[in-house]
Design a protein around this ligand. Sequence first.
Ligand code: BF8
Ligand code: SF4
Length: 667
Amino acid sequence: MDQAAQELLARARAEGVETIFDRAEKMKPCPIGIEGACCRICAQGPCRVPPPKKKPGEELPEEKKQRMGLCGATAETIVARNFARMVACGTSSHNDHSRGVAKLFKEVAHGRAQGYQIKDVTKLKQVAKDFGVALTEGEGEEARPRSVTAIAQELADKVLAEFGQQDGELTYIKRAPKKRQEIWRKEGVVPRGCDIEVVELMHRTHMGVDQDYKNIMKQATRCALSDGWGGSMISTDLQDILFGCPVPVAGEINLGVLKEDHVNIIIHGHEPLLPEMIAVVVQEPEMIQYAQSKGAKGIQLAGMCCSANEILMRHGIPCAGNYLHQELGIITGAVDAMVVDVQCEMQSLANVAKCYHTKLITTDPRARIEGETLHIPFDEHHALDIARQVVREAIDNFPNRRAPVMIPKASTPTIVGFSYETIRYLLGGSIRGSYYTLNDNIIGGRVRGVCGVVGCNNCRTTQDSAHLTVIKELLKNDVIVLSTGCAAMAAGKAGLLTPEAASQYCGPGLAEVCETVGIPPVLHMGACVDNSRILMAATACVKAGGLGTDISDLPAAGCAPEWMSEKAIAIGQYFVASGVYVLFGVTWPTTGSEILTEYLFKGMEEIYGGKWDFEPDPERMAQKILAHIDLKRKALGIDKARERVLFDMEMRRKLEAEAAAAEAAEV
Ligand code: BF8
Ligand code: SF4
């Protein structure tokens, strides 16, 4: 539905360049794999256990219901193992990203990382407190502030220890509401470390180990929590400390941000370490002169996928598009280099790049792509030099453009950068910043609820379409939307990330709130690791008082209408375990076992207060979210407040007292 995509697809077809859109038409998904009903974890298989076909209303004989692989593994075990392995891989992606950031942080703290510095000292100190790192040294009257370097060095070691920790609890678990922590402890799902939970889950899903689907799901939960309240949260925080905590910034999004007369560089992937340095280097006068010496007017840097989100929200560097735009970017004929790091990079980029002049540069030893690609490995000790090398490669390639350049005239202004801290500040100012104002509006009914709309594009469904349908329906019904990843970019391309969108798309209550605060109705909170910011925002709502005592009490939900990656499953699992109702679209990977699906959709709610759901129709997805929000409003006794309740002083005092009590209980 994106005009830019349509124009470039037409060009691709005319020029005989194959894309994922063509392949999706040619190759149907495997009907057994799609249900999670194929086990190929040992060489006696693959064993296929799809649900037996039955006519409506027909009761199957017991022996037909009993489906098992050669070793006797039931459909429940097989489907649960497949699902759990998605959680393990998704978690490992986030936690390995996080480890890289933590290692860089340590090098920066010791002054060994070229070009980097600690940009956000306030956040450094907050995180240091969480990790029990002292901010002062000396006793009593002798006490004086510790140096930033000393704090950072101690913090780096403590954070890095979280990865290999074998026992105890991850530090950030303590950030969750008290009640939530108790549930996790009671269930035995508090993660011990960032690595151990992935390793144990992989072990338990080996042939002949854990063969009780509930027990497999329990470890899958512990693993996912080590992502959301572990690795992802660590990377968000350390990236903020190193690169700056996002504040609202203007940007542009879609392929129209590329410039015909400039050297165009697209950075694509997820880890902002090298992109941060490239962003510095492209502004160096010598580099600009070098580009001019090759006939270009300047250098245009743009991002794609989550690396784009990172540099967009911190520096306002334009975003060329989301996941399904990656091949299309090259097809413009205007991209002189596409620089990739890790995750969500299609191997087909190498083929498409060959058809044009684009240099595909891989920069991470963990993620190389076969073919005519250039590998320039990132090394934090020489990051600036490496960034310069990468940019020079792009400039040198500018004169090699051969196809006529075709840049669609599509780019939309956006306001992004809504970190958890920024939202708190906007809601209450620097003195009395609090999520209390949001709660007040939710209780009063101007805002009906909150929904995270996150996740990928998926070539099995129209790009961006489900995202936009869900988001627009929610806005119309006064639900404020928090967004990350490719969903946030879909919103951006459609013009939903501007304050002006409020009057156009929102119900009267939400429109009024957005206009008063001056925010867009869809808040771009960052990349997919930044879903941890949504966890923090939800926790802040609980702590601000008036909306129950746990995340599961909030009139809130989360959805990924166009998900495709294993990371999305890990994210969904940690949100469910944190008490959130989570809906996924497109396809659902456990339909091979009704029992397991029932457990995810209902059983988990009994334990965690959150649950999974699957809804491929975006209209119905929005309706389900609204129904859930209303149910939670009812449970809180604020269902009648949808006619504007204006809080009088007494109610306000009561709410503040509740908030203070909740805060005290936390301490
Ligand atoms: O981490 S939303 S397609 S780019 S996986 Fe990938 Fe999905 Fe996009 Fe970012 Ni997230
Ligand atoms: Fe088949 Fe069991 Fe091997 Fe899986 S583990 S492939 S079900 S024999």
